[in-house]
Design a protein around this ligand. Sequence first.
Ligand SMILES: [Zn+2]
Length: 392
Amino acid sequence: MLEETDRLFACEFCRVRSYLLPQLFFRYMLPHGAPPGKDLFYYPYWRFKGMTFACGEGGITHRFVDASLQGIDSPHFPLSLGLRSQAMRLSFVPPETPGRFLKPTVTFKAIGEIFDERFQAEGKGHVFHRAQIGETISLIYAPFYTNAGRIFDAVLNRPLAETGDNPSPTMLPGGKPAWRTRFVPNLCPGCGWDLQGQSDSLILTCGNCDSVWKPTAEKLVRLHFGHLPKDGHDICFLPFWRIRADVQGYPLATYTDMVRLANLPKVPQPSWNEIPFRFWAPAFKLRPQTLIHLSRSLTLTQPQDEPTPSLPSGRLFPVTLPVKEAVESLMLCLASFVKPPKNMLPRLSDAKLTPKRFLLVYVPFVEGHHEYIQPEMKISINKNQLALSGNL
Ligand SMILES: [Zn+2]
């Protein structure tokens, strides 16, 4: 399902923290190199970024997708941005930007359906389950101008190929960039102190009254959270979603069920029947393979210590993957550990997963030279993977 989530960002100009409402999207523009005095107009492209997964007989395949499509159906303009959306520096559109911004006629909803349809074709052979995770849709404006009746690409200053009668951009609906963003009060609703959070973080924290907040369209909403304590130097706390879910199609209510489904070399103890099974999924973006691998590792560990309901004193890694997206990854996590896959994977077609409760848990990792290591769980994450996650 495609839907833009609330997204925080710090305004490039005033560093005021702002956010976009749900169902809205970021608007960016490409830089232009037009000669002075040209009347620019900006043609819109929808851009989709995200990971797509398909689970079939051979296991899980994945792809990172970064694609763009025309926001106005037109034979006169390039069909997509090609590599420009990835290769060029994008900036937000300041309201005073000169030029005419054409209004997209392909709606946000329609573009979501088009991309969905495209990705339904992914995966070879019979596919039991598909998922799209960490997806974002944004609008990118590309600059153009007209000269002697021809349309010029204002990035390269080259005329577009002639396609018969060129439309006059003044005939198309558009205008000044008059859209709104809202500002998040930077004060904690609980105690009035300044909230903290990196510009790419989806949540804000208050170190004064130990609280975590998620901006929504109306207000800041308090989130339940906790951390697994650990003392020492060089500790970085990585955020995870601990999710309790009903799974239909597989027996997966307790720890014993999981040990059996994953065929772990452990002898189930009677007490394990009392331990509810929970999924663990990263609350930050990662490359597709690493995301599933990490989710699988932590889920199979099933940490039993009840998280301490306070913020840890240590470095916090920002939350960049909302719980709604993390839920999309749970079936893949399940698919990654059920044994034997030959018999178990086809059951995915009829399986159903209903999330019930979630908790944001900060898990301590020791920072090494090249990786973050969770010694108790024997889990490590390559630092490059985390550094790259900002681009996903
Ligand atoms: Zn507070």
